[in-house]
Design a protein around this ligand. Structure first.
Ligand code: VG1
Ligand code: CO
Length: 541
């Protein structure tokens, strides 16, 4: 294998955020921008982690993935990687699309040494928008800060790139190509993922619900990667009707959409679910398929409630958890609904900083099974990333389990009933988040404590500080301020607001109404309106 050494210079600003490096596509297209970062990554890894090793490469099909994939393969080969496993690209008209999202899911199955995900997740795609890359480590978990800090350090001192002299690889058909000691294998990620899901869930139980004529299911793939998974799983395996999948064709620019499954951006789905006589169940997921939104008929399940309800019902409804979850965890700003489940089920419980990378160690240590974030991320230790399709299957399992004795024609227990029953048992944690974006281009509460959240990993002792400013009140209410770490330009301040309500007669308020006094307080103490020049948040969830 011939390797060319290309001279290069350090580039400023290649610091990894909450989840990978994200910038405008145009920035990534600047000379050596991506190549520098990939080479800096190899310069940061111990040789035994990549020399002759197996790495995985996947992505969400967004614009620039094809070019990036070829470059990553050549630099990997140039640095002595043994083999790269790539999720198949599929031909659609003239464009090649990558079919797999979190192909890293495969990494955990086949014991790879690590993998790349080419995605800016929920950020919009296309020539004018965002691109991104994440590196996940051997058990599939997002690289820890010790590694990402080292990569950043190396981007500031890099002087050469090692590029293998091999032709572009055909990524559209399954098979192995060898180049000396290096090989590239193209795989179908959907079939491996489906096998894993069939091990985790009882598909015949789910099918008994989804194929009923009195249960109507809708899934919105938002023209992102789960479009490739939706038909094989929901239609072919579980018996949903083919027209239950909307926006199911993955597109390089997500059909000009913003592939973020929330009430603001998943408008098509929200309109369907809030129409008269809408479906019983609706779900959507993001660009790379790791986020999820769950809706009932005219009912929104907050992600903080969703993870709590999955945790509370997992043992009964999901075979993978038949001996009970080992432990539960949430990110710091996520509401305390999950804490109450952990307490009642007497399970180990962890509060970690925002971002999925902190859950992996706890999972590897065998103390964590189910976890989630308020930002529409839910998952378990079946892999080391959040998993949108998994969350949809988890909810379908719970609904199916609760309705398994219902005869045709008998009214089904709905999502809103399941959620309200959960509140009645555990109490309700009202929750809301306000984002104040700044672009370079365009009651009486008594304070219990205030701090800047610091997390000490109980497994390896590493410390993550400055993870968000918390105001915690004596009744458990919280106001949290955090800077987003996933933007590609400018800055975003997030405010998270939570208030606990044990009284069942007060569970039916709109969250914005219930939280108004706390929101007003948050705005006045922070002077955010003055600092950002914004009268209202850019997004409120
Ligand atoms: C946001 C969310 C965080 C999530 C991260 C990555 O980060 O708040 O909970 O883990 O996105 O999700 P931040 O730093 O902007 O608040 V994804 O689907 O973009 O990988
Ligand atoms: Co994502």
């Amino acid at each position: 294998l011939k390797v060319n050494t290309i001279p290069t210079k350090p580039i400023e600003g290649q610091k990894t955020g909450t989840s990978g490096l994200r910038k405008k596509v145009k920035v990534f297209m600047e000379e050596n921008y991506l190549a520098n970062w990939i080479q800096a990554l190899f310069n940061s890894l111990p040789p035994e982690d990549y020399k002759n090793a197996l790495l995985v490469l996947g992505g969400d099909g967004r614009y620039f993935n094809k070019e990036a994939a070829q470059l990553i393969i050549k630099i990997a080969a140039g640095n002595g990687v043994g083999k790269i496993l790539v999720g198949k690209f599929k031909c659609l008209g003239n464009v090649l699309l990558l079919e797999c999202g979190t192909i890293i899911q495969i990494a955990s199955i086949i014991a790879a040494n690590g993998g790349f995900i080419m995605s800016a997740s929920h950020n919009p795609g296309g020539p004018e928008y965002d691109w991104g890359i994440k590196f996940n480590y051997s058990s599939g978990q997002p690289a820890p800060e010790s590694i990402t800090d080292m990569i950043y350090g190396n981007t500031l001192s890099i002087s050469e790139i090692k590029l293998a002299d091999i032709p572009d690889v055909d990524l559209s058909s399954v098979g192995i190509t060898k180049y000396g000691n290096f090989s590239v294998e193209i795989v179908d990620p959907v079939s491996d993922y489906l096998d894993l899901m069939e091990d985790v869930f009882d598909f015949s139980l789910i099918r008994s619900l989804v194929s009923r004529s009195d249960f109507r299911f809708t899934f919105d793939a938002m023209h992102a990667v789960t479009g490739a998974y939706a038909k094989p799983i929901f239609v072919d395996k579980l018996g949903a009707s083919p027209d239950s999948i909307c926006n199911g064709v993955p597109l390089e620019d997500f059909g000009h959409g913003h592939p973020d499954p929330n009430l603001t951006y998943a408008k098509d789905l929200v309109n369907i679910m809030y129409s008269d006589n809408g479906p019983d169940f609706g779900a959507a997921s993001d660009g790379d398929g790791d986020r999820n939104m769950i809706l009932g008929r005219q009912f929104f399940v907050t992600p903080s409630d969703s993870v709590a309800i999955i945790a509370a019902n997992a043992q009964e409804a999901i075979p993978y958890f038949q001996s009970g979850p080992k432990g539960l965890a949430r990110s710091m700003p996520t509401s305390g609904a999950l804490d109450r489940v952990a307490e009642k089920l007497n399970l180990p419980f962890f509060e970690v900083p925002t971002g999925w990378k902190f859950f992996g160690n706890l999972m590897d240590a065998g103390t964590l099974s189910i976890c989630g974030e308020e930002s529409f991320g839910t998952g378990s230790d079946h892999i080391r990333e959040k998993d949108g399709i998994w969350a949809v299957l988890a909810w379908l399992s719970i609904i199916a389990y609760k309705n398994k004795n219902k005869n045709p024609g008998e009214e089904l227990i709905s999502i809103s009933e399941i959620v309200k029953e959960h509140w009645a048992t555990y109490g309700r944690n009202y929750f809301s988040r306000y984002d104040y974006e700044r672009y370079n281009v365009a009651g009486v509460y008594s304070l219990q404590f205030a701090d800047d959240f610091t997390y000490k990993d109980p497994v390896d002792g590493s410390v993550a500080s400055k993870q968000g400013v918390r105001f915690v009140f004596t009744d458990g209410s919280r106001i949290i301020f955090r800077l987003s770490g996933t933007g590609s330009a400018g800055a975003t301040v997030r405010i998270y607001i939570e208030q606990f309500e044990p009284d069942v007669s007060k569970h039916d308020l709109d969250a914005q109404v219930a939280l108004k006094p706390l929101i007003d307080l948050a705005l006045s103490v922070s002077k955010l309106k003055e600092f950002t020049g914004r009268e209202k948040p850019t997004i409120s969830l």
